[in-house]
Design a protein. Structure first.
Length: 95
């Protein structure tokens, strides 16, 4: 099975910059921090959650510990954006 082109680009850049650590690609079924932690054998807090917001001028990425719940409405208001975007491929591609 071949690697997704985006993962291959990340892996190449990671190596070029001297990155250390193991890159693990999880199955699509691992869509929560708890499931990812279980798959990797680590604590939920070691998993990063990502939330993508559309500012109208470009994407805003918020990263948080998998052990924390994020109030999306309050976060959007705090950073001055209207909505959170879940899996918006067009917005992700712009980033």
């Amino acid at each position: 099975m071949s690697e997704h082109p985006g993962i291959a680009r990340f892996r190449a850049e990671h190596e070029r910059l001297g990155g250390t650590g193991r890159i693990v690609t999880l199955p699509d079924s691992v869509h929560t921090a708890a499931l990812a932690a279980e798959a990797l054998g680590c604590e939920v807090g070691a998993i990063a959650n990502s939330l993508l917001f559309d500012s109208g001028e470009g994407p805003v990425l918020v990263l948080t510990s998998g052990g924390h719940r994020v109030d999306v409405t309050a976060t959007a208001a705090r950073i001055g954006v209207p909505v959170a975007v879940d899996n918006d491929a067009n917005l992700v591609a712009k980033a």
